[in-house]
Design a protein around this ligand. Structure first.
Ligand SMILES: Cc1cc2nc3c(=O)[nH]c(=O)nc-3n(C[C@H](O)[C@H](O)[C@H](O)COP(=O)(O)OP(=O)(O)OC[C@H]3O[C@@H](n4cnc5c(N)ncnc54)[C@H](O)[C@@H]3O)c2cc1C
Length: 411
């Protein structure tokens, strides 16, 4: 039995590394276990290789959770400014890509390396290619006095035994930082959810989020001339709206506005797209009909959209006529399609390329201050494994930093 470590963190991703740094700065002896062959694989691939590591504006409103207040405490105690300060300390060059989204100018690797350096500085041990087989908790009363080490003599909490293929470890605190289900090829597993269930936690239903959506075959055929076309629109579902680019793909729709709305949309719900978010189409069409009656509808639309998309719209409307020939009913139909184009995508593209997982471990049984389980003392859950899902724009990493810091301050 290895009793060298007080804190064992499972998952060497963004949240696990931040927890390790914070705990080791407090003098805790920390071991991080990960079954992958590299530290922070998702950090490396994030933001198109430039890691959108935080956002200038972070608010609980940018997160979805069954308990919308849960993220507030951790976000306020380790803020975007704290992480920006760390990035500045390492001299990493970054820029605001718009809407406060901060990206590395060079490479995501700089953020991963920053975390590794901090871990080295504070003597965190990281073991890769290590699968955890079992976690058992022993309440203080059941524990053999002999198994106490000098280091944890003063601890009156539970002890854990973590079994891996090569070694059994005993520790005071276990932190589950195994992330969500997206990109299984990068090492994503349901391990964290299973451990949560083992200790009596509720795991809320999970689904891919920040993901493209897919059309059924009929709509793929209809839109076959559109892949590669990109438009700035407002896309809405229910009460939620996002104004940004959408991109037609061979399978359906992607682009930042679609990724954002995918956090809220579910199959069967409509996606309502305002193709001219800065214009009232009814007023604009009437004006154009009076002033430019001789031009074709297709020509008018191509002042706003690509040629391919203008032709697509005219085909959809079955209108290949001059503006002066448009009847009142035609104008209504055009206005509807321009301001309220309603689509029913078939499904999400899926975990294969989704950026995050919506749902996860119910936060009602986790302390928002420490991230400790209310069901099992000494057990902590951080990062994406929890039911906290950020918008696109650096919010998911900020949640990883903030929740990692919160737990690292208490383990
Ligand atoms: C393509 C892509 C791009 C993204 N870009 C951004 C971005 O630019 N900005 C942003 O804010 N967010 C982005 N995200 C989301 C962000 O990467 C995650 O929200 C964040 O990494 C979650 O951190 P985490 O530490 O909770 O989990 P992860 O970073 O996923 O880390 C979990 C770790 O646990 C390990 N693990 C899993 N199961 C086990 C097991 N059974 N045993 C041992 N170890 C295990 C994994 O190998 C992994 O190292 C992106 C995601 C993807 C997929």
């Amino acid at each position: 039995m290895n009793t060298d470590y007080q804190v064992i963190i499972i998952g060497a991703g963004a949240a696990g590394m931040m927890c390790a740094i914070t705990a080791s700065q407090r003098g805790r002896k920390v071991l991080v276990l990960d079954h992958a062959n590299k530290i922070g694989k998702k950090i490396l691939m994030s933001g198109g290789g430039r890691c959108n590591f935080t956002n200038y504006t972070i608010d609980a409103e940018n997160y979805l959770s069954n308990n919308p207040h849960f993220s507030k405490s951790a976000l306020s105690r380790y803020t975007q400014w704290d992480f920006i300060g760390l990035v500045d300390d390492y001299g990493i060059d970054y820029y605001d890509k718009g809407q406060g989204q901060l990206f590395c100018r060079k490479s995501s690797k700089e953020i991963r390396d920053l975390l590794v350096s901090e871990c080295q500085k504070y003597k965190v041990r990281i073991e890769l290619k290590t699968s955890v087989l079992d976690i058992k908790a022993f309440p203080p009363s059941q524990e053999s006095e002999d198994s106490k080490t000098q280091d944890n003599q003063d601890s009156d909490g539970s002890r854990f035994v973590i079994s891996t293929k090569n070694c059994d470890y005993q520790c005071d605190s276990v932190v589950i930082a195994t992330g969500g289900l997206s990109i299984p090829t990068m090492g994503a597993t349901d391990f964290g959810y299973n451990i949560a269930k083992q200790f009596g936690h509720t795991v809320l239903p999970t689904r891919p989020a920040l993901t493209p959506v897919i059309f059924d075959q009929k709509w793929r055929d209809k839109t076959q001339t559109l892949p590669g076309n990109s438009l700035k629109v407002t896309v809405s579902t229910g009460e939620q709206s996002f104004t940004d680019q959408i991109l037609f793909t061979h399978k359906g729709l992607s682009g930042p506005a679609i990724l954002q709305i995918s956090n809220y949309w579910e199959p069967g719900m409509p996606l309502v797209i305002n193709l001219l978010p800065d214009l009232d189409a009814a007023i604009w069409l009437e004006q154009q009909r009076v002033e430019r009656g001789e031009i074709l509808l297709k020509t008018l639309l191509s002042t706003q959209f690509t040629q391919a998309f203008s032709e697509f719209l005219c085909n959809e409307l079955d209108l290949n006529i001059k503006l002066k020939q448009l009847q009142h009913a035609d104008l209504n139909r055009i206005q509807m399609i321009l301001n309220e184009w309603t689509l029913y995508p078939d499904c999400y593209e899926g975990y294969r390329i989704a950026e995050v997982t919506h749902g996860g471990i119910d936060t009602n049984d986790v302390s928002s201050k420490t991230m400790e389980s209310n069901k099992q003392s000494g057990l902590y859950f951080i990062g994406e494994v929890l039911d906290v899902t950020g918008h696109l724009g650096g919010y998911n990493f900020q949640w990883a930093w903030s929740s990692g810091y919160a737990s690292g301050s208490f383990v």
